[in-house]
Design a protein around this ligand. Structure first.
Ligand SMILES: [Zn+2]
Length: 347
């Protein structure tokens, strides 16, 4: 492709890379495709000619890579193989290429890369730059996290894009907006878990007051002692963790781009973990309730086979509820000796 066709931004990057040439992070080609965000220069140290002895075929190898495949039959890390495009080894200037990779498992999901690279053997390892990637670079955002933040999905994803490009201040600002906007959704989700795990009415009132409170710090303080154990992350209250991450303003001199990036990553991870734990806690409770409903629909079986000691050990169920529903009332209790034998409390 003629030099004049190269976009202005690419031309600027070429000049920047050529004189004087800075030292970039050294990565394997596979690591470049899998883990290097767009707009980041790297030196690829393992580039190999696909047919080193064939003078007519001057291409570089495009090895298999491992990426997340979103196809329902895969839904996990899978091997992707280059199925389109190639890296020409001809010339010693900046080149642009498109590479397409296809999932080897389902053979249907594609990932497209737009790449610029510069090879000059006298200057050491070739320089590579990812111009873009579809689907977008970065770990996928868990569906449960998207559900937790609800209407701020797009702002969150903007933060994710900024984070993927290493734009710390931008990512932090986007995530901060999400947490502050969705403070009430987050607290309600925690309250929902607490209620299902048997919280007292006073606790429910505390959560309601925390939602009504407009200041995040005060809300966190109100409910800091009633967060369900199941939602603690490494033994720490997730709301306190989020609040401490957000406590410094962007004007603070400590909030460098690098520091903001670390904080942004932490905020995202805590939000994802909270969403995951809340969802698991709610699911477990639903499973228990469903199991109890099924057993309660079987005539006589539960009340004849459940002992008091077993009942008090059933997780997630208040003993009082079980006693009321499973234990025969005294005045209507059958007189059969069989029941007394099974239930030590009655003997
Ligand atoms: Zn697949």
């Amino acid at each position: 492709m003629p030099e004049k066709d190269i976009e202005v931004s690419l031309d600027e990057r070429r000049k920047e890379a050529e004189s004087p040439r800075p030292k970039y992070a050294e990565v394997a080609f596979r690591g470049f495709l899998e883990a290097t965000p767009p707009d980041t220069y790297v030196n690829v140290i393992d580039l190999k000619l696909s047919s080193p002895n064939n003078q007519n075929s001057r291409y570089y190898e495009t090895p298999d890579i491992v990426l997340f495949c979103e196809n329902v039959m895969c839904n996990g890390q899978r091997i992707f193989r280059c199925s389109g495009g190639s890296l020409s080894a001809l010339g010693a200037s900046w080149r642009r290429e498109f590479l397409t990779y296809t999932c080897r498992n389902c053979n249907s999901r594609l990932v497209h890369f737009a790449i610029a690279f510069y090879v000059n053997k006298s200057e050491g390892a070739p320089t590579f730059l990812k111009l873009g990637q579809v689907p977008a670079f970065g770990d996928r955002t868990p569906a449960r996290l998207i559900t937790l933040i609800g209407p701020d999905r797009e702002i969150f994803l903007q933060g994710r894009r900024a984070e993927n490009r290493g734009l710390g201040i931008g990512a932090f600002a986007y995530y901060r907006r999400v947490v502050e906007n969705q403070k009430n959704r987050i607290i309600w989700e925690i309250a929902r878990v607490a209620k299902l795990l048997g919280s007292k009415p006073e606790t429910e009132e505390l959560f309601a007051a925390a939602v009504a409170e407009t200041q995040f710090a005060k809300s966190v303080e109100m409910v800091k002692d009633v967060i369900p154990q199941a939602l603690l992350i490494s033994g720490r209250n997730p709301l306190t963790l989020l609040h401490s991450a957000l406590s410094k303003g962007l004007h603070n001199p400590e909030m460098t781009d690098e520091h903001c990036l670390r904080l942004a990553q932490s905020i995202r991870i805590i939000l994802a973990e909270l969403a995951e734990r809340a969802s698991e806690a709610l699911k477990n409770d639903r499973d228990i309730q469903n199991a109890v409903s099924v057993l309660m629909a079987v005539p006589n079986v539960p009340r004849l086979t459940t002992t008091r000691s077993e009942r008090t050990e059933m997780p997630g169920l208040g003993a009082q509820t079980v006693d009321e529903e499973l234990t025969p009332k005294e005045e209507s209790a059958p007189t059969s000796a069989t029941i007394r034998d099974l239930d030590p409390a009655q003997s």
